[in-house]
Design a protein around this ligand. Structure first.
Ligand SMILES: Nc1nc2c(ncn2[C@@H]2O[C@H](COP(=O)(O)OP(=O)(O)OP(=O)(O)O)[C@@H](O)[C@H]2O)c(=O)[nH]1
Ligand SMILES: [Mg+2]
Length: 360
């Protein structure tokens, strides 16, 4: 099982390699899965976006139920833009995973309603929408039951972009049914699963894990592997409230910058990983401060990354509606409660910023 690649003992330079001695073990996994599992280390592979897209394109030709998973902490960034191309005429369920990261006060019904609205705007007609935590096992039984109901005797494909928790979700379902844990390799590195993995169901059909599609505009692709842990929240995010005057700026490490331009003194609620350092300064000093301190006080990025780290590019937003989020794709968002503010959001060139109706 592991990453979906067939184990081979011939070529250490190719995926699926395991030393011959590993074949005597009870569960056989490749070297890459072994290292992911035991050392939290990832070996790079030379598969391209096209290789993964090819795998997904097969789905459109099959008669199956599609379950699309998104990371609720990075809803827009983890959306699969071309989903309709893979779906064909198949039904789709939408699952928002990692709900454990949101403050406990968040009402699940409201959030599901919000997801339905956003999904519709993004062009997806989902049969049903669920909110789960694959890691914590929340709502898994209910969702699995609904999947089994709606699939109507067909195969089930679990799709989504990298790192949304597809494999963790399937592992949870396997655990509920058979008691066996961690059948599929999972990790916090994007691109863990390399090929489809079929988990047989009891009617000769299967639930099928797929490799994640890489969304290149996600912040995860701009930070050093060692800093993925800093930007990815691991537990419930504690919102941080800042009272800002016009002309004040917030830095999120050195990855994002937020200028408050006009709209009178007001509060901004930041939802980012608890491990990200937020630094407040005057806007007039911000550019100089960044140039001086990026890579040390303002980190990530790391100092050794600076040669290749993209410049921050800005986008101005005028907040017209009450309860609006300014989203830094993959890093988090800032909620503005009252309309009438003018702000500027900066992210590394290539990362997305957007505004949306507030999620919380
Ligand atoms: N907080 C939280 N983290 C989760 C949850 N589910 C998965 N994760 C974490 O998200 C990361 C990615 O999980 P995977 O299951 O490997 O994701 P995937 O979608 O299979 O990723 P690829 O195989 O790369 O496409 C891991 O670090 C998981 O521990 C969840 O419900 N809550
Ligand atoms: Mg996976």
């Amino acid at each position: 099982m592991g990453c979906g690649v067939k184990v081979q003992t011939e070529d250490p330079g190719k995926i699926g390699f395991a030393p011959a001695s590993a074949l005597e073990k009870e569960t056989i996994i490749c070297q890459r899965c072994f290292r992911l599992k035991h050392y939290n280390e990832v070996q790079d592979v030379d598969l391209t976006d096209d290789d993964f897209l090819k795998i997904l394109n097969e789905i459109g030709k099959s008669d199956a139920l599609i379950v699309m998973i998104v990371d609720i902490f990075d809803f827009n960034g983890s959306w699969l833009p071309g989903l309709h191309r893979f779906v064909g005429s198949n039904k789709v369920l939408l699952v928002g995973n990692k709900v454990d990261l949101l403050p406990k006060s968040v009402k699940h019904n409201k959030l599901i309603h919000w997801m339905k609205q956003e999904a519709r705007e993004l062009g997806l007609r989902a049969e049903e929408v669920f909110l789960v935590s694959a890691a914590k096992g929340l709502n898994i039984k209910e969702t699995a039951a609904a999947i089994d109901n709606i699939r109507n005797g067909k195969d089930v494909y679990i799709v989504g972009c990298t790192n949304v928790g597809k494999s963790t979700f399937i592992n949870r379902i396997i655990k509920e049914v058979t008691g066996e844990a961690d059948v599929i390799t999972t990790s916090h590195f994007p691109g863990t699963t390399l090929d489809i993995i079929e988990i047989p169901l009891d009617d000769e059909k299967a639930i099928i894990d797929t490799p994640g599609i890489i969304n290149h505009h996600q912040m995860a692709h701009f930070v050093d592997k060692k800093d993925l842990k800093v930007i990815t929240p691991k537990k419930e995010i504690k919102p941080k409230v800042f009272q800002l005057n016009e002309g004040q700026t917030l830095f999120f490490g050195g990855l994002a910058r937020f200028d408050y331009v006009s709209g009178g003194r007001r509060s901004f609620v930041c939802y980012v990983s608890n491990d990200i350092n937020i630094h407040r300064t005057k806007t007039e000093n911000a550019t100089e401060l960044y140039e001086k301190h990026v890579g040390e006080m303002l980190t990530p990025p790391r100092e050794e990354q600076l040669g290749s780290f993209p410049e921050l590019v800005k986008q101005e937003f005028i907040i017209k509606d009450a309860k609006t989020d300014i989203v830094f794709s993959g890093l988090g968002w800032i909620t503005v409660n009252e309309p009438g503010a003018k702000v500027v959001a900066y992210v590394p060139k290539g990362v997305q910023t957007l505004i949306r109706k507030s999620l919380i």
